[in-house]
Design a protein around this ligand. Structure first.
Ligand code: SF4
Length: 363
């Protein structure tokens, strides 16, 4: 059956607000039609460059302008990354996702090193994902040639609510980066965060933006906000588990073939809550005791949970064949020293400005 690409906010809200049992049943049915319900993909998230980010994302402890206890680090070496990838593989991960706290990728030595990291992880027969900020088409092509399997670039929320979270870039920049990735054979991973103070209509709005992309993203992470002291969202109430399950189930129904990733916020969820998310269609998790900078359950705890629920980790390249890694010297695409003009809306977000002021007094 052809996938529906014209979802409206009203249709999605109607699904989100169905009686709970009906919603769960419908999502589980869709899930079984498109996926093996006992298989869950396990990714390891690796922060290859932490902190010092110039952006003002209201949820993020890596933004340099807020005062958090985060210890930053410069870009890791290729060998360090390779060693961590080997460890992740040994503990059952089929994918390594490398995150760098950059606004956008800049051509040069650091990006060349990231390309080398991609090549070396692909050679370990693991899926490689990167989340490096905004990228141009040429940069996406170079990542693809290096053997990148997926590129993550979250929409975070609805277009309307995005303006309440981030002032240093616009929603269209996000969509343009996703569009640049789509011009290559790299798969798209894009999702968002709930619990930032958004309305149900904003949650539906984000799912409209994602589900009307054609093709729909291969992977959609659903994060529950982890409020970090010092960030503008430090006082947000935790997301009730019922809302998380509703969000996962709705995502599953509107994007049947996508891998729905249970991402940040799992430490606040019971195993029963996580089991319901898997039943409702979540079929991927991030493993490792840290999710970039916020806490995450230990790998052994996850494997124990998998055993209890009869879940099996998905093997690498089960959904799409392994990309070839082209050596740097044989590359068709070269560094262009591009200086792309990504937007800087710089509108005012009161809570971001307050957190910034507070940080100055603490510094
Ligand atoms: S979410 Fe990414 S872009 Fe935003 S402040 Fe954090 S590291 Fe920077």
């Amino acid at each position: 059956m052809a996938l529906k690409h014209d979802w409206t906010k009203e249709e999605i809200l109607e699904i989100y607000n169905k009686p709970f049992m009906e919603l769960l049943y419908e999502a589980a049915t869709v899930h079984r039609q498109h996926h093996d319900p006992n298989t869950v993909q396990v990714s390891t998230l690796l922060s290859i460059k932490t902190g010092g980010c110039p952006e003002d994302c209201g949820y993020c402890p890596q933004a340099a302008r807020y005062h958090t206890d985060l210890e930053g680090n410069d870009l890791m070496s290729v060998n360090q990354v390779k060693a961590q990838a080997l460890r992740a593989k040994a503990s059952g991960s089929s994918r390594v996702c490398m995150g760098a706290a950059w606004r956008n990728v800049k051509d040069g030595e650091e990006f060349d090193n990231v390309l080398e990291m991609v090549r070396s992880i692909n050679k370990l027969d693991m899926e490689v994902c990167c989340t490096l900020g905004m990228i141009t088409e040429n940069q996406a092509q170079r990542l693809a040639e290096a053997g990148l399997y997926a590129y993550n670039h979250n929409l975070d929320s609805s277009e309307e609510y995005y303006k309440e979270v981030i002032s240093t870039r616009g929603y269209q920049d996000r969509l343009d980066t996703i569009g640049n990735v789509r011009k290559t054979n790299v798969t798209v991973c894009s999702g968002g965060i709930i619990g930032m103070g958004e309305s149900e209509a904003d949650r539906a709005g984000m799912l409209v933006a994602l589900s009307t992309l054609n093709p729909q993203p291969e992977s959609v992470p659903i994060n529950a906000l982890v409020p970090v002291e010092g960030t503008p969202m430090e006082e947000q109430e935790p997301v009730p588990i019922w809302e998380m399950i509703r969000m996962v189930a709705t995502t599953r129904i509107v994007m049947p073939e996508t891998q729905v990733r249970l991402s940040a916020g799992r430490t606040q969820m019971s195993r029963e809550g996580q089991a319901m998310c898997f039943f409702a269609g979540a079929n991927s998790i991030f493993a490792g005791d840290k999710l970039l900078t916020t806490p995450n359950p230990d790998v052994s705890e996850d494997m124990e949970m998998f055993k209890m629920l009869g879940l099996n980790p998905q093997k690498a390249f089960e959904k799409k064949s392994q990309p070839e890694s082209v050596a740097a010297e044989k590359s068709k695409y070269r560094s262009q020293g591009e200086k792309p003009k990504w937007s800087r809306p710089e509108h005012k977000i009161d809570r971001n400005l307050e957190a910034q002021e507070k940080a100055k007094t603490k510094a």
